[in-house]
Design a binder for this molecule. Sequence first.
Ligand code: ZN
Length: 163
Amino acid sequence: MDIRFDKARNAAHLGGEALVFHCHYYNCTLQAALEDGLGEAAQALQVRAAADVVTSQLRALAPDGGSGVRELAQRLFSTLGFGAIELGRGESRVVPLRGSHYGLGWLAIRGQAKGPVCHFAVGFVQAAVAVAEGLPLDAVAARESACVACGAEGCTIEIEVTR
Ligand SMILES: [Zn+2]
């Protein structure tokens, strides 16, 4: 993983995007604040923000796309501490997420959630599938159908390619 640190600006970058390291306290509290302020719109906003940044990163890190994008995305996701995803191939459209940063973080800080909380992971998976398959982002729909923060054994993200 080629994380570049710019000493002059005191900033880290990966795939042309700024990279900031935050703990689960920060991330889950920020997410809760967005949900308190924006209501149901907060989820779509967070998914889209993640998908946009990850699409840009993956395209920069794997400009030729193709079969290596799935492995790169899985490695990137786990290296950055978000958990472990298994991006299926072909017809497989169910992505298990183990050790979710957001899901487990939410449980640790806020207790059981009313709905899935792994919005960043949903956007990440949406972007990874779109880049791997050479599709525009809006051709891939993703949603979290089970979340550890809601009492599930693990998180599950379901993908639907609409084109
Ligand atoms: Zn989850």
